[in-house]
Design a binder for this molecule. Structure first.
Ligand SMILES: C[C@@](CO)(OP(=O)(O)O)[C@H](O)COP(=O)(O)OP(=O)(O)OC[C@H]1O[C@@H](n2ccc(N)nc2=O)[C@H](O)[C@@H]1O
Ligand SMILES: Nc1ncnc2c1ncn2[C@@H]1O[C@H](COP(=O)(O)OP(=O)(O)O)[C@@H](O)[C@H]1O
Length: 304
């Protein structure tokens, strides 16, 4: 028997390390991408329908395309194709992850839609196959399914789970307007060329995870993690959005142990010592700032 409707909760991510290699001939960059899932969630509800329908509510919903180009809709279409069925589903997105903010909200919705449709349609798709579909949908999508912490290599889609020895407390300051991920990668390449270093796979160092950062995660050591956070896209995001430098500084001045742009930005991420400090910092930074703990679980089917 299939359920009347199912809801899946999916987390946002922050990149605690984002090492970006040279531009590949296929237009992507090889990465050493250390993902950490954080407790800021979108919810995807799948309900029976005569065809594919998508609706949404919540943060920034007006800038989310509610049509077949939505990543959640694409996930439903690809899953249905794999099983030779029609994508008969109404997907409803309840968004709390900033849109185009560098926190992988679209990827989260895609992973959520896959899990929700798989349950609604009673397909029982093996996890490995779901992960392969995720990788087809986008580089960040497999991690949204997996959650926790993981090292992503290749485009970021080839995951190795990482051990995390304790909770880490964060504050995320969303910024007005988003940043386009391809535009930030292009700016990174442009800045590298400008520095005379070149931007190709032969010019840029092969990206590698920082062993001190992996130790910090394993030990749950917030000071060691704060000392090793890094993001190769940060200078490109700041070049496109110079105002972010002020936000990063404001967070540091107000007590963050470290501040970093989340992925391609423009959301700024602040690592703090404990939950109480997170609440205080979020308050100090204003209404666009939200506290969130990590690690968070991946896409989770909620009880009916
Ligand atoms: C930068 C990161 C860091 O986790 O995320 P965001 O901060 O945007 O959320 C990711 O690499 C974004 O992953 P995702 O948003 O899934 O990207 P995709 O849909 O696969 O690719 C969109 C575009 O980004 C660029 N891209 C993406 C991944 C990669 N390894 N190299 C790239 O150059 C390419 O221009 C590509 O056409
Ligand atoms: N379900 C979705 N939620 C958010 N954005 C989506 C979704 N589907 C497609 N998009 C498009 O993808 C772009 C990137 O969105 P998002 O994943 O939120 O950002 P980022 O890649 O910076 O983490 C948005 O500008 C939006 O047009």
């Amino acid at each position: 028997m299939t359920a009347a409707s199912v809801t899946v909760r999916v987390p946002a991510k922050v990149n605690v390390q984002l090492a970006v290699g040279g531009l590949r001939p296929d237009g992507f960059h090889d990465l050493a991408n250390v993902f950490l899932a954080v407790g800021l969630y979108d919810h995807v509800t799948a309900a029976p329908a005569a065809g594919l329908r998508i609706s949404g509510e919540g943060r920034d919903i007006e800038s989310v395309p509610l049509d077949a180009s939505n990543l959640a809709a694409r996930a439903a279409i690809v899953l249905a194709e794999r099983h030779g069925i029609e994508p008969r589903v109404h997907l409803h997105l309840r968004k709390d992850i900033p849109v185009a903010g560098g926190m992988a909200g679209g990827s989260a919705d895609a992973a959520g839609a896959l899990v929700a449709c798989d349950a609604l349609w009673g397909l029982g798709t093996p996890r490995e196959e779901l992960l392969a579909i995720c990788a087809e949908l986008g580089s960040d999508v497999p991690f949204a399914l997996a959650g926790g912490a993981a090292l992503g290599v290749g485009r970021g889609e080839i995951l190795t789970p990482l051990e995390v020895g304790g909770a880490f407390h964060w504050v995320f300051a969303a910024a007005e307007g988003g940043l386009s991920t391809p535009a930030v990668y292009r700016e990174c390449d442009r800045l590298r060329r400008e520095r005379g270093a070149g931007d190709g796979v032969d010019d840029v160092a092969v990206p590698a995870a920082d062993p001190r950062l992996l130790d910090a995660l394993r030990a749950g050591d917030v000071h060691a993690l704060a000392a090793t956070l890094s993001n190769d896209l940060q200078s490109a995001a700041l070049s496109l959005r110079p105002d972010l430098a002020r936000t990063l500084r404001a967070g540091e001045d107000a007590g963050a142990l470290a501040a970093v742009v989340s992925g391609s930005g423009p959301t700024c991420a602040f690592l703090v010592s404990d939950e109480e400090t997170a609440a205080k910092l979020a308050h100090a930074l204003g209404p666009a700032a939200r506290p969130a703990p990590a690690p968070a679980p991946g896409a989770t089917l909620l009880p009916a």
